[in-house]
Design a protein around this ligand. Sequence first.
Ligand code: GLA
Length: 385
Amino acid sequence: MIKLTPPMGWNSWNTFGNNISEQLIMDTAKAMVDTGLKDAGYEYVVIDDCWSLMERDENDRLVADPAKFPHGMKYLSDYIHSLGLKFGMYSCDGTMTCAGYPSSYDHEFIDAQTFAEWGVDYLKYDNCNKPETLPGRYLYNKMGMALETCGRDIMFSACNWGADGVEHWIKETGAHLWRSTGDINDSFASVRDLLKRQVYYQPYNGQGCWNDMDMLIVGMNGNGNVANGGCNMTEYTTHFAMWCFLASPLMIGCDLRNMSDDVLALLKHKELIAINQDPAARQAYCVRSYWPGNDLKNPDNIWDGMIWVKHLEGGDIAIAFCNLCGCDIRQYLAFDEIGLDKGTGKALDITEVISGEHIGVVRDNLIMNMKTHETKIFRCKVVER
Ligand code: GLA
């Protein structure tokens, strides 16, 4: 097992897209250390699409574009490792990557070998331009075997956007994480859509094969490759808090060289990260946020006022009130809805984690006025009434 809790790191795509270089990646790795993000748990530095030349070499190997990466990938990998960080790269199961670069279809074993020789620790594996007759299941199993036998521990990050019923077969491929959704963009509409889709996918989440809700947009502020208007700080906080709560991998997507203090403080929020990295690794469940019997795959069937619950290591209970509505609402949870009826003789001693406010012992229910797009995360100890 490479890692028992969701991976944390940075990925080049959301902000930089095609605009990547050796200098950018080195500066980003350095910034990950200097800003304290490494100490907060972030470790993978991942180069996404657009890193290679358009042609393989005479030995059929992928070649890093020397204009972008003049010293090659092993040099970069050595530098990243010298900072105590891990190095991630990107390929795809089709004939070309999503951005049209050479890809690993029919080259799975030789590419896994190349990545191993370069000291790669993490491979994001996309799903564009694959032969239509071949199921994703076959191609992800093939790369899974190639990675498993390449002689190096490489975290396998599957990225087929929830296609081909991936939740039913992804664990058999050896993937350590798998994208359950289409691409995020820097807007609250995107955050809201991805979150609602997790009600269906959450039962498939779990230790060793995390449900990846896509890279973070916190701190992009309307700039970069997936820009779409941006979010305010309340909305970025909801996004980050819920990705933490639902045990998604936490791959930062903003420019680490250029973050405001509030963005950095959010990305390093100790108590939120502790919920994300909780060693018990139990899936969260959604309480009363949809009509029973509706198709949970359709986000239109999930309410804007979501309530999620998660049982943590040692018996604490985390509760999320999440208001995805464009208006203020009042959210309500009766404790007997989560198994703590009066007959148990128990109550909850509650702290709101984002603000750090200790609310105290609450006996029967929790009622909150929630501002538009706001989230509150409660960490609760079970105590006597
Ligand atoms: C797909 C993936 C994205 C990103 C791009 C790169 O759209 O889902 O996360 O990797 O390809 O082209």
